[in-house]
Design a protein around this ligand. Structure first.
Ligand code: SAM
Length: 179
């Protein structure tokens, strides 16, 4: 089980990017999206609609008391930050932890991430030591973790109203077979 935690969402201003973090989490293999420390439920509603249309399972949750939530986690906590250790250096150990424990929590920020998150994290991981985006960091991390498997195989998405048939040109949509 992979849970992506999005922290620091600013109502209104961050709606689009928070939704994109959630879409990226879903598309690249996470099972759960947690919006931490925000009472804005707009991105969660959007993600629920996307899951209805394009398949699941994909759980979306808002969590206010996010510190106890992080502390009570089952698997390891990976905090994506440009200040962390390079992804290739820590990936083998993270994958081993994930495969043995079956759970992983991936934390991404928006503006400033509180210092205790760096302490709470089992791994502070840099996707390159340059500032960029939570969407990019999450996509690269999940793609590396899953070794690109989800780029070829979308069979994990069940019960969708629609599925796409890959084609060289144009757009091919077909109703998904019932599950
Ligand atoms: N300046 C902020 C800080 O000090 O934490 C980071 C702002 S950045 C726009 C928002 C989020 O993108 C970060 O919290 C982190 O999760 C992610 N991020 C940005 N660049 C990253 C990198 N090179 N490696 C890993 N994560 C990164």
């Amino acid at each position: 089980v992979i849970t992506v935690v999005r922290f620091g969402h600013r109502k209104g201003r961050d709606t689009r990017i928070t939704t994109h973090v959630g879409l990226t989490a879903r598309a690249f293999g996470a099972d759960r999206f947690v919006l931490a420390g925000s009472d804005d439920r707009t991105p969660l509603r959007t993600l629920e609609k996307v899951t209805e249309k394009w398949g699941g399972p994909f759980e979306t949750v808002g969590v206010d008391k996010w510190r106890p939530f992080l502390r009570k986690r089952k698997g390891k906590l990976v905090h994506l930050t440009m200040y962390g250790l390079p992804l290739p250096r820590v990936l083998p150990q993270i994958r081993k932890d994930w495969e043995t424990g079956g759970e992983l929590m991936v934390f991404v920020g928006a503006e400033k991430v509180p210092p205790d998150v760096y302490e709470m994290a089992d791994y502070n991981v840099a996707v390159g030591s340059q500032p960029h985006s939570e969407v990019a960091a999450l996509a690269v991390f999940l793609d590396r973790l899953t070794e690109g498997r989800l780029l070829e195989d979308s069979s994990r998405f069940k019960g969708a109203e629609l599925r796409l048939t890959p084609c060289a040109r144009g757009k091919l949509k077909a109703p998904r077979e019932p599950v």
